[in-house]
Design a protein around this ligand. Structure first.
Ligand code: 5GP
Ligand code: MG
Length: 186
């Protein structure tokens, strides 16, 4: 797996530092005059599960977890094929403050589909946090509340992000060598 890495774009220490900053900011933004508000953290699976696990342990607030599974880059595709909500496990989110987490903001298609779907369920608020935002107009035009890192418009893996469902367990955000993307021999 290590041999497939081309470049490290965002290293594990940089990620850890930024996650603590994000957690502090998000926690402060969810603390009102009457004290803290409860949060329902909703990671978009599978990509945001690593982000969720790290972020939540720096957020000392009462929280519940909701889950949504969305597929946008099925299999070995490198461009979004349109996002598909495969399943949800949200419980009753009416009146609750939702913090939606995604690994990366690319075309914005996922958030355009998922945010209105959550809003229809009557939550008190929906805020969105993405770990990465690609440098392309479609991504910049999609409203989000928190961004971990701005990255170039390249295909990345690691820290939850996959290629063909592999590489999610890499601790750094990396690009892969060109040969990895070559179609498998017949
Ligand atoms: P969007 O819906 O904004 O186009 O893309 C969001 C989803 O597409 C992400 O949650 C992620 O699953 C996938 N995606 C977008 N860009 C990349 C990338 O560079 N690498 C990987 N592994 N997945 C990506
Ligand atoms: Mg994803």
């Amino acid at each position: 797996m290590e041999d497939d890495i081309d470049r490290v774009l965002v290293g594990r220490d940089q990620i850890a530092t930024r996650i603590q900053e994000l957690a502090r900011q998000i926690t402060a933004d969810h603390t009102g005059a009457e004290g803290e508000t409860e949060i329902t953290l909703v990671p978009i699976l599978t990509g945001a599960m690593v982000l969720a696990a790290d972020l939540m342990r720096h957020m000392p607030v009462r929280m519940k977890i909701g889950l949504m599974t969305v597929s946008s880059y099925p299999g070995r595709s490198l461009r979004t094929q349109g996002s598909n909500v495969l399943g949800t496990q949200l419980g009753d989110i009416s009146g609750r403050h939702i913090l939606l987490l995604d690994d990366i903001l690319d075309s914005g298609g996922t958030l355009r589909r998922v945010v209105p779907m959550l809003q229809e369920m009557g939550p008190a608020s929906v805020r969105v946090c993405v770990l990465l935002r690609k440098d392309r107009p479609a991504a910049r035009e999609t409203p989000v509340d928190y961004v971990g890192f701005e990255i170039p418009d390249e295909f990345v893996v690691g820290y939850g992000l996959d290629f063909g469902d592999y590489y999610r367990n890499l601790p750094d955000i990396v690009t892969l060598k060109k040969a990895v993307y070559a179609p498998p021999p017949p």
